[in-house]
Design a protein. Sequence first.
Length: 367
Amino acid sequence: MKIPVNNISFFGNEQKYINDCINNSWVGSDGDYVQLFEKSVASFVGRKYAVACSNGSSALDMAIHSSKLKAGDEVLIPNFTIISCVQYFILRGIKPIFLDCDPRTFNIDVNDIKSKITKKTKAILVVHIYGLTVDMDPLLEIANENNLEVIEDAAEVFGHKYKNKICGSFGSQSTFSFFPNKHITTGEGGMVLTDDEDIFEKLKKYRNLYFSEDRFIHEDFGHNYRMTNIQAALGLAQLECIDKNLKKKIHIGDTYNKLLESSSSFVLPLKKTSYCKNIYWVYPLVVNDLKINKRDLIDYLHSKGVGTRPFFYPLNLQPVVKKYGIEQDGLEISKDLYDRGFYIPSGLSLTYEEQEYVASSLLDYVS
């Protein structure tokens, strides 16, 4: 048996909408589906404006470009997240100040924020990790007290809510990724959302090489970050299935909890916090037994056909970050989680029999 970490499920109007694009020759970035997808996601999240783009990384670049940040500023960002969350700040001369994470939620430790604020701090990048949201109320209170812009990366929690407010609706801008392992996919794709019309106009121009009404006269540099009509058609069909997708993810998480709860060798993910339930974007495990070598365990799982992924490598330890002269010590929780953590298959097509096989492989190794 071979079980990948992620597998995609299509059971809606995906083929119908894509065929419509092909039949009408709307395969590039021109076509009705791009704007329809943008408007549908904006409505779903409760934002005024949405700008679709080529991937989640380009969405972050667009948001940073359209923010108030400038070279010499500092931005607070989680240390436990993917490299794209830091690279566009560094390349613009904006210094990242890393925040350690909570060992159980994997999210920003809100208690770590105040001590990291300086006169140069101008923004906070919020990234919701692995299926639980950041505790937004105290974070927003600190941001408001210190006049800090908030940019929200909600790539891993599409459709989730913090208390009663949907993720992707916080801050001056919010971003999504529609990579195949996300709750809805466009193959590759992303989106930036905002309620600010000036930001909206800036996002659209930056996405499209700053083309003007005279076409080849450009007031600034931009990128070709456009989403194709075919991608948007796929995304629209996926959006229609979001409730079903989220229910399946929660069911997968609940099933693993039952299958693995008898073992003390692993720390299982939190089922909920005081402000949100876990929607299990992935199913993360942290080795809890000092006698278990994580690398050996992963090699064993791979030999059994079970796919895994390591946890994020801390940003403060990334070689490319150090190459730019950015050094920050401490942040031990992020490093400890990387050393002991990994996640197991949890794609939308995962069957109960496959989950049983994954769980039994884990339990056989530690028994």
